[in-house]
Design a protein around this ligand. Structure first.
Ligand code: ATP
Length: 323
């Protein structure tokens, strides 16, 4: 490869900047010309490219968000949009793309690569940790720690007033943040989309907690919980336990922000480096990931289609420890 372009797309995640820095500096080290594309696929279509060198990514390893900005692009889902994007890449002589984002971003990259023959490699950047082929995605560890810190603070007020708090954390289809932040904060119960939860079981848990002499509790609920919205669950609980003083907290976008954790910076550096090395070694339509502390390349198709399983042991441990 002689000229590459890198972009961030889909939901932003802390550590995307660290990944970008790693891509740009590895490319620079190996004398590969590098462009950054602003606002994901939109920038590719609207010709919003910037030439990047080692100094253009100074001081960004500590920064949350993405200096290139991210976007969701409807136009890229059309053939005409992708044709415009391809023409812009050809005009600059770009022969490969590093795509930092989630499964939607990778789906777009795969479609694009199959259509026009442009080489692509993915770097998993999403707080949800829902991508197959890597133990962790970039941003997940930071989001987990943000959720944990917030829930710790909620616990302080919960215990002072004997309250029951339902706390919603992000994860549209995946309960990784809920499960791990719940375990780390000693939640009474954790509701995640991967498990079939029932309101009866939740009530049993409350009854057991009462018998055990617990005076306040926290239930962590994943955004994508199938039992219903967090407000529905809280309402049903109020009906079942009219004496409870119940509060709902939706953590929301604070989970996406903030300076990336050490683990995310290291992961992002390794994967950004791994993406450029992969392209140099002829990889195409794969995603760079870390598995058991080793750099691995997984076909994008698999990364999109397969799912990381949640660890059933964690659920069991959280139940045992919440007695
Ligand atoms: P996150 O998981 O954090 O939300 P993501 O990468 O999955 O991140 P999406 O919004 O799903 O975020 O996808 C990012 C962009 O990828 C879309 O806005 C769209 O431009 C492009 N994309 C997604 N699916 C396709 C597709 N089937 N064909 C072409 N482009 C697509």
């Amino acid at each position: 490869v002689k000229k590459i372009a890198v972009f961030t797309s889909g939901g932003d995640a802390p550590g995307m900047n660290a990944a970008l820095r790693a891509v740009v500096r590895t490319a620079s080290f190996y004398n590969i010309e590098c462009y950054g594309i602003r606002e994901g696929y939109n920038g590719m279509i609207n010709n919003d490219f910037i030439k990047m060198g080692a100094r253009s990514v100074k001081n960004i390893i500590t920064e949350g968000g993405t200096i290139l900005k991210s976007a969701r692009s409807l136009e890229f889902k059309t053939k005409e949009g992708r044709q415009k994007a391809y023409d812009n890449l050809v005009a600059r002589g770009i022969d490969a793309l590093v795509c930092i984002g989630g499964d939607g971003t990778f789906t777009g990259a795969k479609v694009f690569s199959e259509e026009f023959g442009i080489r692509v490699i993915g770097v998993p950047g999403t707080i949800d940790n829902d991508i197959f082929g890597t133990d962790n995605t970039i941003g997940y560890d930071t989001a987990l720690n943000t959720a944990m810190d917030a829930i710790d603070k909620i616990r302080d007020t919960a215990t002072s007033h004997n309250r029951v708090f339902f706390v919603e954390v992000m994860g549209r289809d995946a309960g990784f943040i809920a499960l791990n932040s719940g375990l780390a904060t000693g939640a009474l119960d954790i509701l995640i989309p991967e498990r079939k939860d029932s309101i009866e079981e939740l009530f049993e848990t409350f009854e057991k907690a009462e018998k055990a002499g617990k005076s306040s509790s926290i239930v962590v609920v994943a955004e994508g919980e199938k039992l219903g919205s967090i407000y529905d669950i809280a309402k049903a609980t109020k009906n079942g336990f009219p004496d409870y003083d119940i509060r709902v907290v939706v953590l929301g976008h604070i989970q996406r922000g903030g300076s990336p954790s050490c683990a995310d910076r290291v992961l992002a550096s390794r994967l950004g480096y791994g993406a450029v090395i992969g392209l140099m070694n002829g990889q195409n339509q794969v995603m760079a990931g870390m598995q058991s502390n080793r750099l691995v390349y997984t076909p994008i198709e698999e990364a999109i289609k397969k799912h990381n399983e949640i660890d059933q042991d964690l659920l069991k441990i959280s139940e045992i420890l919440a007695i």
